[in-house]
Write a protein that binds this ligand. Structure first.
Ligand code: AKG
Ligand code: FE2
Length: 164
């Protein structure tokens, strides 16, 4: 699902409403936006964004995401190197990134629950993806406090500067 704007995975495009029922996307909770912007401000090399979309992805324990570049935002957003800010919640994921779509050459790091990753400036168009989600790695306190089901939630905040 996405917040504030709609992201249509099928057409890889941003829009004001969900095409299948015309509904407006819910707003981005201020508390989440504050966390993303605070993280953004710790990296002085990257411009500060005012997020106009938050995409929420849920990965089951067999979830993956192939190596890709995020380049569906407006030219202006990409050319300015506006960062996207990613927050991971739940099970740990192995995140891959590199200069090409070659999985064998990608660097792999674990993204644990609570980790924040920011790609911006020169790293904005890095290839990246999720090779796998590690079963049963959600912190116990989080599972107990929220009843979170197995898997991983990822929130990405962007300023797509859409022109529609
Ligand atoms: O789940 C992640 O950490 C990456 C998500 C991603 O690359 C995307 O939404 O474009
Ligand atoms: Fe991405």
């Amino acid at each position: 699902m996405s917040l504030r704007k709609n992201w249509d995975l099928t057409t890889r495009s941003y829009g004001p409403t969900r095409p299948f029922d015309g509904a407006q996307a819910p707003t981005i909770p201020e508390a989440l936006k504050t966390i993303a912007q605070a993280a953004n401000s710790t990296v002085s090399e990257f411009p500060q964004i005012d997020p106009d979309i938050c995409i929420v992805n849920y990965y089951t324990n067999s979830g993956k995401l192939g190596l890709h570049q995020d380049k569906d935002e407006s030219k202006s957003s990409i050319n300015q190197g506006l960062p996207f800010i990613s927050i991971s919640i739940g099970d740990t994921a192995e995140f891959m990134f590199g200069d090409t779509r070659d999985k064998g050459k990608a660097t792999k790091i674990d993204l644990e629950s609570g980790d924040v990753l920011i790609l911006g400036g020169e790293s904005r168009l890095l290839f990246h993806g999720i090779s796998h989600v590690k079963t049963n790695t959600t912190p116990t306190w989080l599972k107990e406090a929220t009843g979170l089901r197995p898997g991983r939630i990822n929130l990405t905040f962007r300023q797509v500067l859409a022109s529609y």
